[in-house]
Design a protein around this ligand. Structure first.
Ligand code: PEP
Ligand code: MN
Length: 262
């Protein structure tokens, strides 16, 4: 029997891979709205923006907080885009529910922690909010699958996985090594689970985005998540890997075979 979820319905309706785009972080209302306007007409299915940012070291920008959720409400109303936000605690889930966030995702630094995932699963179960689960920071398939299973057991049926690469400690041109065998194995275990690639966090640099995205499409991924910013060089987080909406549009044309123009 075919799985019937938020993501499978979206995929069936679209007939091509999903496109998730938006800034690494919501910074200002103007930046969020400029990004959303730039993305209009590109076939974006979900507008992403980090509101609470899990930064490696203290003292860097840790997210604008709940005020940014009001800006995302404007994105929904004025640009007509559904929105998605990273949640790491039950309080984040509550805030998202209160502000009409359409989809949430669990970040790589949270997927590694079964206690945190369990709390999120309990907060999300029964809400009907679709959830995307990024792979854990470390190359551990069982931990990724375990997080998905915790959500499933808590009653979250609208699930997708996001492959954002792995921290392996080995020297690499990538910020996070793709280690394609791991997401491929996840797909073998859960064939109906939509799998989205996040070339931005795999690459860590603009010049690798296109080949990583192309590889994901060649492997039949169900979508791409690409960080987009009106002024990438001056972004408050992940400045090296973001692209303008204009460059994203060019990339969609350069990607072979899979994205029809909309
Ligand atoms: C992000 O999507 O901006 C993010 C923090 O991602 P990750 O959890 O993959 O590091
Ligand atoms: Mn980011």
């Amino acid at each position: 029997m075919e799985l019937d979820t938020y993501f499978t319905r979206l995929l069936a309706r679209k007939g091509q891979p999903l496109l998730l785009a938006g800034p690494c972080s919501a910074e200002t209302e103007e930046q969020v709205m400029a990004t959303a306007r730039g993305l209009q007409g590109l076939g974006v299915d979900l507008f992403r923006a980090g509101i609470w940012k899990p930064r490696t070291r203290p003292g860097s920008f840790e997210g604008i907080g709940a005020v940014g959720l009001k800006w995302l409400q404007r994105v929904k109303q004025e640009a007509g885009l559904a929105v998605t936000v990273e949640v790491a605690t039950p309080r984040h889930v509550e805030e998202c529910l209160a502000h009409g966030v359409d989809v949430v995702w669990i970040g790589a630094r949270t997927t590694v922690n079964p206690f945190a995932v369990q709390e999120l699963a309990e907060a999300l179960g029964g809400t009907g909010v679709p959830v995307m689960v990024k792979n854990p920071v470390n190359p551990d398939l069982a931990l990724w699958a375990g997080a998905l299973e915790r959500l499933d057991r808590a009653g979250v049926r609208d699930l997708a996985a996001i492959h954002r690469g792995f921290s392996t400690g080995a020297p690499s041109k990538y910020r996070n090594a793709p280690t394609w065998a791991i997401p491929i194995e996840l797909k073998t275990r859960f064939p109906e689970l939509p799998l989205i690639c996040d070339p931005s966090h795999i690459s860590g640099r603009r010049d690798l985005l296109l080949p990583v995205a192309q590889k994901a499409l060649d492997l039949d991924y169900d979508g791409l998540m690409l960080e987009t910013h009106p002024d990438p060089e001056n972004a408050w987080s992940d400045a090296e890997q973001q692209v303008t909406p204009f460059r994203l549009a060019e990339m969609l044309h350069e990607l072979k075979h899979r994205y029809r123009s909309t």
